[in-house]
Design a protein around this ligand. Sequence first.
Ligand SMILES: Cc1ncc(COP(=O)(O)O)c(C=O)c1O
Length: 389
Amino acid sequence: MNRVYLSPPHVGAEERRLLLEAFESNWIAPVGPHLDRFEQEFAERLGLPGAVALSSGTAALHLALHIIGVSSEDEVLTSTLTFAATANAITYLGARPVFLDSTADTWTMDPALLEEELEACARRGRLPRAVMAVDLYGQCADYKKLVGACRKYEVPLIADASEALGATYRGEQAGRFGEMAAFSFNGNKIITSGGGGMLVSNRVEWLTRARYLATQARDPAPHYQHSEIGFNYRMSNLLAAVGLGQLRNLDQHLAQRRANNDYYRRQFASLPGIDVMPEASYGRSNCWLTCITVDPARVGATREDLRQQLELCDIESRPVWKPMHLQPAFAGCRVRGGSISARLFERGLCLPSGSSLTQQERERVVDAIEMWREWGSSRQDRTPLTVNP
Ligand SMILES: Cc1ncc(COP(=O)(O)O)c(C=O)c1O
């Protein structure tokens, strides 16, 4: 039996055709027609005036913060339950992240905590320079409330939609909320270019500025002229060709990830103590990763016991993000709340969720969990069960 991976790349004939087309046309890097088409079709899909393809989602977050003017004097409020890249981007500008907890029913930034923190900042006379919300595991944050709080205090909102391409919030595509939004095409995402990112916005002047900054801030002149410091953040045309092929398959990827989620949800409905991440009523997740929580009181064993058991069955799974306020790299940063995300980390596990996952593989995952649930939890000894080859 082959190993079952968490979220492997899923590429096909269209990606191969476009990649070879780019290669044979000698538009290798840094720009080219595939890059232009990728940006154009991406922006059209989101209903936005443009998009800028970059070398990573982290680069997109960094540029967004840079463009709205975040500096070393500033604080930026963000979700504690996220991948480190969100908070890292804030520190690249010398700014300090302030972490906010999630709600238990969405796992995304708690709008009530955002209001509280903004109010406290206003009272102190020092508002944050920006708020960066995260669309977690493909589920949009509650933008109506977040946008309302940010508008009240006139603080710009940026969306880290890295994990959420194709998700919707109140019928609108992820990436359409806030001043700017960032996506990732890292190898494990719903679509991949083998590494890359996209910055989107409704404001064309910011997209123009992002394109300028991402190409070493080169001024229009026949020689190399620079009035400010730029970055080498542009995506190559070869990778854009792969990304374009993937984008054209996005609906299929969405349907397959949704089918994984539906299957897990149905199977675990009858397993007390194992719950699938809730889907918020305000939107539709892209089901990038299906995550479960393991209640040790009801299951008699921990999430880590289960992870080890799956590993023994050659099934890859991952603990839910360890919150940023618990990371040594961010020790000393302010946090509001934190117990909900800490509990989600303690109990949460991401299951194999790729768009190429077969029904047989899904069954293998569920069988391994059911077997562990039935036999493992009644044992005194917590070592993983061995499996017959
Ligand atoms: C929430 C979140 N933010 C940012 C990133 C960074 O994206 P990249 O790996 O493309 O830099 C990722 C994924 O890797 C992510 O999951």
